[in-house]
Design a protein around this ligand. Structure first.
Ligand code: GSH
Length: 125
């Protein structure tokens, strides 16, 4: 799997943390905003990051990518089965990282995401 994006994007960081926590094999292909990289533009026609390439399969939008990764590799389960917690996870991981408080990391279903992001700060450049 190739994830196109840059560490400046919280949406990219979300997808990278999710892929790493899932144990998926992936590479990050660094692209800048408005990149003309043909592989990136093919995967993301509106040039929004992140975008994903998995063989011939292309996908843009972080939430869609996370859902795809979860379908490809259900274990470990990172998306809560009950709707209430899934709503919190979905909303929480859509926030830019600095907006998330330490309290949230200890007490809510988005804690795994914060821990994963903190542990992998160096994964992205
Ligand atoms: N809803 C999208 C938002 C992605 C997004 O807006 N990414 C920004 C970077 S943080 C971007 O690529 N902006 C470039 C643009 O809008 O042209 C997602 O979740 O992936």
């Amino acid at each position: 799997m190739i994830i196109y994006g840059s560490s400046v994007s919280p949406y990219v960081r979300k997808v990278v943390a999710f892929a790493a926590e899932k144990g998926l094999e992936f590479k990050v292909k660094g692209v800048t905003l408005n990149s003309q990289d043909p592989g990136f533009r093919e995967a993301s026609p509106f040039a929004k990051m992140p975008a994903l390439r998995d063989g011939d399969y292309l996908l843009a939008d972080s939430s869609a990518i996370v859902a795809y990764m979860d379908a490809v590799k259900p274990d470990p389960a990172l998306i809560p089965a009950d709707r209430g917690n899934e709503g919190r996870r979905s909303g929480g991981t859509s926030l830019p990282t600095p907006s998330l408080s330490a309290r949230a990391s200890r007490s809510s279903s988005i804690g795994w995401w914060l821990r994963a992001f903190s542990a992998r700060r160096g994964t992205l450049r």
